[in-house]
Design a protein around this ligand. Sequence first.
Ligand code: KE4
Length: 429
Amino acid sequence: MNTEKSTALFAEAQRLIPGGVNSPVRACKSVGCDPRFIQRAAGSKIYDADGNEYIDFICSWGPMILGHNYPPIMDAIRKAMEDGASFGAPCAREVELARLVTEALPSVDKVRFVSSGTEATMSAVRLARGYTGKKIIIKFDGCYHGHADSFLVKAGSGVITLGIPGSPGVPDDIVKNTVSIPYNNEEVLEKTLRDESLDIACVIVEPIAGNMGVVPPAPGFLQKLRDLTAELGIVLIFDEVITGFRASYGGAQQKFGIMPDLTCLGKIIGGGLPVGAYGGKKEIMAQISPEGPVYQAGTLSGNPLAMAAGTATLTALKEPGFYEKLDKKAADFAEKLQGLAEKYLDECTLNRQGSVMTLFFGKGPIVDYESAMNADTDKYAGFYRAMLDQGIYLAPSQFEGMFISAAHSDDDLEKTLEMTEWSFKKLQK
Ligand code: KE4
């Protein structure tokens, strides 16, 4: 594959931008190659600066559930642009998206829009602390909630991928207010939440973990978490930045029938434009400024273009049967992928929840951060590079998800399986 334009762009980018990228995982450090610079995308495909075509399974890390350049979304953005890019004032488009979000998520009486998932989660945690007057937050090893200081404790996503314990620059007196415990471990969960020495404001959880690779909740885990937090007056925050409008139209909370106190959203609700959101029970949301004393603000919050893109996205996702069809396509693909992996790999574990999956190059079961660490990241890196050169664009990290979109055709998936078998054979040599 000719990648000279990407190479030149990466050289220039590294001169101007730390690591040449605006988000660490994109630098492809853990998979031993330089990143391809993407020029355009349409449907299930993306095209790099040298014109190479790839079948895309990153889908912008989740937002592009309908595929790239989906016409109703692009038309909605174009139409909104005619009215102006940003007002810094309330507009009808914010109300329209807020209505769709609150109708979709029964636990969300009120919602506040922000510009990223990190803003959503950091604001939800501040709100929980303001509402309870307590300070400790409980998170789970391997879960990632964005790059706010409080979350960079045994975090997932780029933090695992780059093998960094946390991050310099996060003061100890911030870190000491974050307690990270193993995911899917009810015994440690109960012991921690009942520890009276801990002044716990909230628990924040990915209801389906997606940042240590995909790790679904063990049966009963989320219910146990809900029961304990309700009993102990601890705010339960579902970080549904990935799972919101992905696991189902009502997110993981609808899929599992668990009602959190607060929900964080991002990715899909922006249709590819920068949107995050947090929302929940009106008595908690009433604490947020200007209604209440807990401050949170944002210049581009509720941006009309982003609201239009989000509204067009959610409107399309309301189509009856959308999720059943998408999940069936993903299940059929996963079954064949699993078959190939078992045929060619000594150790492999495929974890899937709906249309998001991770093929771990390690023995299972993979149910938490510790077992995810069994994965052979060098083998994954070899697989990644082989697939990339065959025009298949996977996450440049063993600890991320593979996203199936409505735009992935049977031919795309068939080709991907063929290239997977080719890559496995290459890895065996
Ligand atoms: P953003 O600030 O990146 O919009 O959202 C942070 C976030 C919060 N919660 C969850 C569950 C998330 O997965 C994320 C961000 N996800 C990563 C990839 N898994 C974004 C990709 C990147 O960091 O470049």
